[in-house]
Each structure stands twice: as C-alpha cells, then as structure tokens.
Ligand binder design. Structure first.
Ligand code: IMP
Length: 481
C-alpha cells in the first residue's frame, strides 16, 4: 500500500463534530500536527483517561508532546495563545508561521459592534463567537493587518502600527457604530465589557511579541521539507458548511475550512492526501441560518420552549453547548443531502462518525435522504429515482412535491422551505453500542445507520466513536496515513 504522508481532518458540516477526538486518535501515528485555519473561535475538547482539556488555538499534537505548527491562514489571538502555552506547561514544541495574522482587542470590539448592528438592521445576527475573527481577516484582506512577524519583530515599529490601527478602529467604532472600544473582561464570551486602553494594548502586545518570538519559523518551508520523511496531520477548525464560499454565506466563518484550504495556507502544491471528514451521528449548529433537519425552532439563539422533545433530549444527551461560548447548539437529524454536498467539494477519502452513543436509547432514528421542494409544483420522477437508489429506503411520494437531493448552499429561500424526506432506522441501546469492539458487534440499528451513510455518500466510515474517551473507538479499515 502506498504511504501517503499527509492527512487532513475536517468537520464535515457546521463544526463541533468531535474533531478533537478523531484528531487525537490520528496523532498516535503522526509526527507533526498543523492547525491551518481559524483562531480562538474553535474550541476543541480532548478527554484522556477521563481528564478533559479544552484548547482553542494549539493543535492536538500538544496532548502527546509532538511538534505542533500554526500555519499562515490562522488568525491568532496573542493573549489567548500566551494563556494556552501556560496551560499546557513547559514541554511545548511549537512553531508559528510569521505570516499568520494577529487578533487584537480592537478586532473583538468590532466583531461585537457589527453583530449588534446586524441585529438592529436585519433582525438577526450571524451568532459569531465574538473572538474578532471576521475583523481580523478583514484587516488581512485590506492589507493593514499585523502579522506574527511584526508582532515578534522590532517593538518600536510594532508600537507605531498598533497605534495607527487602534485609532483607525476607534474612529470606525465611535463614528460609524456609535460605540466605545470595549471587550469582554478576560476574553470570556458574554463577560462584562471593559474599555480598551491604548497604552495597555501597546505594552501588553509588545510584551507578548517578545515572548512568542522563540516560536516563529517558516511553517510552510518546514512542512514542505518534512513531507518526504514525516507523517503530517493537518487539523482544520470549524466545518465545511461554515466555509466562507461553499457554506451558508453569510452565516459562515471568515476562513476556508474545507480541505482545499490546506494547500493555500501551507503554500503546498496540490497533491493527494488522506482526508477525513468528521461527521457527528446527528446535526448540531451554533449560529443562525437555515437547517432543514433542525429539531429546534428555526431561530437562533435556541429557545427551548419552542424545541421538540427529541431536540431537547439530543442536546442534553450530547452536551451540545459551545466549548468557546457556552451557548446551546441547535440540534437535528443527520442530513445526508448536506453531507453529500460537503463530501463532493471536500474529496474526503474516509469518514469518522462521532457520538453514536448519543443517539442510543432514544427510540427509532430519522436520517434525511432528500428534500421535498415545495416551490416546485410537479413530481420529479428523475430525482425520485436518485432517492430510491439509497439502499433499503422507502420514500413516501407526496403528491405535488418534487423530491430533490440538490444542496444549494447559497439559496436561503430554498433551504428554509425544503422539508426533509426521512428514512427511519431502528434504534439501539447505549449498552450494546458501548460494548461493541468491532463494526460486526454493533447492534443491527447502528450498523444500518452507518451503512446508510456510507452508501449514500460513497465514502467508507473507518472510525466510529462510541463514547467520549480516547479508547471509545471502533476502527473499521481505518488508515491514518
Ligand atoms: P466567527 O467564526 O466567530 O466569525 O463566527 C461565524 C459563525 O461560525 C458563527 O455561526 C459561529 O457560531 C460559527 N463558528 C465559528 N467557529 C466555530 C466552531 O469552532 N464550531 C462551530 N461553529 C463555529
């Protein structure tokens, strides 16, 4: 079998799929772990021997003392990184690309102000994580951003650039948004807002710059040179449906969390890598936007009074509350139409299915295999045939509705109005799922659930997570590199 030195791990839908767990399993075989997009908006949870660690910026390799790299398309909160370095202690083997941009307090302030403005003018917010991600990428694109090379370079030039940017943002905040430059205390989502002091910003940023200097290295070059001899894991933040282009724009993040982004972030020529799409056994989403299979009311934030009983149960069982923000996530049945879209643009070579145990002991399960499109008035035989090819599926035809398997990521009228066509799968018990050590030992319903996904998207599920701990996994033809 040909050895492929690079493996990419990506969330297949809206993020929070349990990538941390899958990445942690993959690190057993890797030498280097690279994070290459996003910033402190991500929160990755690792559970090892019952001990939970949540990281936002550092890659999973930290948990095994491996070489960890932060690549150029990341936006790095300097203070946040300092905290995480202290959190993990002395054994850190870290490299930071000088091209990565730095998230500063004025980005966070602008992020919050923009959300308030969106709410006022359109009646809904994106539901960002308030980590300054959008405004930092905005600076990168406007070519006024401060990059890691500047942060850790000459402190006097850095000071000048900081003061310029601070005043530019201050003017925008005060004159356009009518607010002061404020940030949540201790960078905690929803904490009391405190004013950003210019001198403190300068002193603190200069200090952190000097501290981070030791980690700066050309990550792109290191990865290119290491590929012939090392196993490199590329860890993505967020998920494909939050991709700025192929996700549900504008309810997306500002980076490109689909596997194609690895090559631009690392400066790598296109080449074949292993690519894992991580998919949770059900759907969850933080933030606004249409989700056809949602078991909560469409709106965001979640209003439990309007959720279905099943929605409340799945959220509680799955602990679906954000690791970064603590906000309740919307939940719903797995949507294979959306997943197929994600697989088609991502080119996953394997899927990892997480949180199968959450779906146990809740009765029979629904899985969405197509949509009824109420905007079309005739019955679509051709599309119906596509749906019928799903193994074991009986589709109830509904007079007057077209059945479609087309996921139009950009078309909100369509996505808000389609209704899921569900296939019902027999439920299973948690005890049976937990005790299975191989695919064959899983209960019938769980096996049918997994086979339905595999047949629909045409990609093997080679890792099945059956519980939170590092060891709660079933490998089934799993190939890390
Ligand atoms: P931002 O990335 O903070 O700008 O937020 C944009 C959208 O992406 C919001 O709906 C967030 O809730 C969502 N988002 C950002 N990061 C994550 C993540 O790591 N998991 C899930 N959703 C995320």
């Amino acid at each position: 079998m040909v050895h492929i030195p690079g493996t990419i791990v990506t969330g297949a839908l809206y993020g929070d799929e349990g990538k941390g767990k899958v990445t942690d399993v993959l690190t057993a075989e890797s030498d280097i772990v690279v994070k290459w997009n996003g910033g402190a908006n991500a929160g990755t949870t690792y559970v090892i021997d019952g001990k939970q660690t949540i990281l936002h910026l550092l890659p999973a390799g930290v948990m095994r003392g491996q070489r960890c790299l932060l690549a150029s398309d990341m936006v790095i909160n300097a203070e946040g990184l300092e905290d995480e370095i202290n959190q993990v202690g002395g054994s850190l083997n870290l490299g930071i690309d000088p091209r990565a941009h730095v998230v500063l307090p004025y980005h966070i302030s602008q992020d919050i102000a923009m959300e308030i403005k969106r709410q006022k003018s359109t009646g809904s917010k994106i539901g960002t994580t308030a980590q300054g991600i959008g405004p930092c990428y905005e600076d990168a694109h406007s070519r006024i951003g401060i990059r890691m090379c500047e942060l850790t370079g000459n402190p006097d030039s850095l000071e000048k650039r900081l003061r310029d940017n601070y005043h530019l943002r201050k003017d925008i905040l005060e004159k356009v948004y009518g607010v002061e430059m404020m940030v949540p205390k201790g960078r905690k989502f929803d904490a009391e807002l405190v004013k950003v002091d210019e001198q403190e910003l300068v002193d603190n940023t200069r200090r952190i710059g000097q501290l981070l200097k030791q980690y700066i290295i050309d990550v792109s070059k290191e990865v290119r040179e290491s590929l012939p001899t090392k196993n490199i894991l590329f860890q993505t933040s967020q998920g494909v449906l939050l991709d700025r282009t192929f996700g549900n724009y504008p309810m997306v993040t500002s980076s490109r969390p689909f596997p194609g982004g690895v090559f631009t972030s690392l400066g790598l020529p296109p080449q074949v890598f292993n690519s894992f799409g991580v998919v949770k056994a059900y759907m969850s989403k933080v933030g606004s936007g249409p989700v056809p299979t949602c078991l909560d009311a469409g709106q965001w934030p979640v209003n439990e009074a309007m959720s279905t009983e099943m929605g409340k149960l799945v959220r509680k069982k799955g602990g679906e509350f954000g690791a970064t923000t603590g906000r309740a996530r919307r939940v719903g049945w797995l949507d294979l139409v959306a997943l197929k879209h994600s697989c088609d643009i991502s080119g996953f070579t394997q899927l990892a299915l997480t949180k199968l145990d959450t779906l146990a002991d809740i009765g029979d399960l629904d899985i969405c295999i197509a949509y009824y499109d109420p905007s079309q008035s005739h019955y679509g035989d051709k599309l119906k045939m596509q749906v019928d090819t799903v193994k074991g599926c009986t589709v109830m035809s509904r007079k007057g509705s077209v059945i479609t398997t087309y996921y139009k990521d950009w078309d909100f009228d369509y996505l808000w109005n389609v209704e899921p066509v569900y296939l019902e799968v027999k439920g299973f018990s948690e005890q049976d799922v937990r005790k299975a050590k191989s695919f064959e030992e899983l209960p019938e319903g769980a096996k049918q659930y997994i086979k339905t996904i595999e047949d629909y998207v045409g990609i093997p599920i080679t890792l099945i997570s059956t519980g939170p701990d590092r060891n709660d996994v079933i490998l089934n033809g799993f190939r890390p590199f």
